[in-house]
Design a protein around this ligand. Structure first.
Ligand code: FAD
Length: 464
């Protein structure tokens, strides 16, 4: 008789958990999985997928506006939020079913309930008496939105609730300026909502390349988003049909809805981790080694709960590497460098590798190549917005260490550039690549001139 009920028990059926459960089962392991909400996890149910569908929906307004100069007339345009959100939910339901079937087909024993750890090999499911045992347990419980601890925080919604709105608000105040804030600000603005972003720092998108940050902030302001930096929130109170957000400066902002987009915290509380002596990081993340093993031998963790890089493809890669290591006898670490990232704002950001600022800290000399241009389409549509393309190059080796794009299709272009950067592409190899004309992406292989920082103005502080 087997010593344990399962070879592997997975807690959380999101991007990482589903991948690990299915692969381990395909390697012949007896696998169980518990999910307390909906199979598919954040990405499928209330993250990447429904968000990207809302992004598509929100972009038609500007597409219709651009279409006029190309001869189309688009009178009597109307937008119906209930139609959009209903169709998005239908797709989420479909994917939820697809993910559940993936587990069933792979022979994974699936339980729709909350799991708690009772020992290094023991799991308790909320809906049954008996404690289950497993040789290895994988924690893939993801993260949750952080709600700032301010007076009136009970009035805040998070990105989770945005997918449940029955009506589109006329105005929204969004607290925070990370990628989720920028994406929802663009979605709501694109749908005609008055949007105010409140952020206590001095520029949006901390840790991104400064040109991207400045460029996106300017473009969003031009599209009518009220971006307010150095805005520290004091409290939120109900006012009429909406709310008033009070700032520490004494100013205030009225909005029909107030959303917190103030980061995500690892889901590590309340299911027995500290009792087992699992080492946690400063923000509650599970500390793991390069093979995703925790400080307890039988316990592994992948995805957002480890807070390495909070992205779906990263959770999936970590899960794949975990299964290779534990169930296929092939120790596989995950390479967390050159992870391409997008911000599906309007305009869009695609970025991979080091920002100029980070590269200057890491390398002795850095060359910058950049282009700031109006795309061909805009010459007819009349849209003023420019595209930014930027390469960051280590001068000594000529290696391209960063590629940053702000503009249409940035994410699609950067996914391809990421392959080249990962392989150690040099600037000379970019230059030797034939351009695809006419395209936006061709600018990346025709960036000939190094960008020179403007000389300091005599007598200014910078010159002193
Ligand atoms: C609004 C938004 C937009 C995003 N957009 C993108 C994007 O464009 N691109 C991208 O790459 N990433 C995006 N992400 C991030 C991405 O969704 C996550 O990185 C990814 O889902 C992490 O996968 P995971 O498996 O670690 O966790 P999750 O997918 O969060 O899955 C964890 C699961 O565990 C369950 N769970 C938790 N505790 C228990 C318990 N005790 N018992 C049973 N079940 C439990 C949860 O219900 C959840 O289903 C976005 C996230 C958000 C919130």
């Amino acid at each position: 008789m087997a010593q344990y009920d399962y070879d592997l028990f997975v807690i959380g059926a999101g991007s990482g958990g589903v991948r690990a459960a299915r692969l381990a089962s395909e390697f012949g392991a007896r696998v169980g999985i518990a999910e307390e909400y909906r199979v598919g996890g954040t990405c499928v149910i209330r993250g990447c997928v429904p968000k990207k569908l809302l992004v598509y929906g929100s972009r038609y307004g500007s597409d219709f506006a651009d279409a006029k100069a190309f001869g189309w007339s688009c009178e009597d345009l109307r937008f119906d939020w209930p139609t959009l959100i209903r169709n998005v939910r239908r797709e989420v339901d479909r994917l939820n079913g697809v993910y559940a079937r993936i587990l069933d087909t792979a022979g994974v024993d699936k339980s729709l309930t909350r799991a708690t750890l009772e020992g290094p090999h023991e799991v308790k499911l909320a809906d049954r008496e008996k404690t289950l045992s497993a040789k290895t347990i994988l924690v893939a419980t993801g993260g949750r939105p952080v709600i700032p601890d301010i007076r009136g925080k009970e009035h805040l919604i998070s990105s989770n609730e945005c997918f449940e709105l029955e009506q589109l608000p006329s105005s929204i105040a969004i607290i925070g300026a990370g990628y989720i804030s920028m994406e929802f600000a663009s979605i709501f603005r694109g749908l005609g909502v008055a949007v105010t972003v409140l952020y206590r720092g001095d520029q949006i998108l901390r840790d991104f390349d400064m040109d991207l940050r400045d460029g996106l902030a300017d473009a969003m302001r031009n599209r009518g988003v009220d971006l307010r930096m150095n805005a520290d929130i004091a409290s939120i109170e109900k006012e009429g049909e909406g709310y008033r957000v009070h700032l520490k400066s004494g100013d205030s902002v009225a909005a029909q809805l107030v959303m917190a987009a103030t980061g995500r915290a690892p889901n590590t509380s309340g299911f027995g981790l500290p009792q087992l002596g699992v080492e946690l990081g400063w923000n509650g993340r599970i500390a793991v080694d390069e093979f995703s093993k925790t400080s307890v031998d039988s316990l592994y963790a992948v995805g957002d709960v480890t807070d390495r890089v909070q992205l779906t493809p990263v959770a999936i890669q970590e899960a794949t590497a975990f299964v290779e290591t534990v169930f296929n006898d092939k120790p596989t670490p995950v390479d967390h460098t050159f992870i391409p990232t997008a911000v599906f704002s309007q305009p869009e950001i695609g970025t991979v590798g080091l920002s100029e600022e980070k590269a200057r800290e890491m390398y002795r000399s850095v060359d910058i190549y950049k282009a700031h241009f109006r795309p061909l389409k805009a010459t007819v549509s009349g849209r003023e917005e420019k595209i930014l393309m930027k390469l960051v190059v280590d001068m000594e080796s000529d290696t391209v260490v960063g590629c940053h794009i702000l503009g249409d299709d940035a994410a699609e272009i950067v996914q391809m550039a990421a392959i080249a950067l990962r392989l150690g592409v040099t600037k000379a190899q970019f230059d030797a690549t034939m351009a695809l004309h006419p395209s936006v992406a061709e600018e990346l292989v025709t960036l000939r001139h190094k960008w020179e920082a403007p000389a300091p103005v005599a007598g200014s502080d910078a010159a002193a």
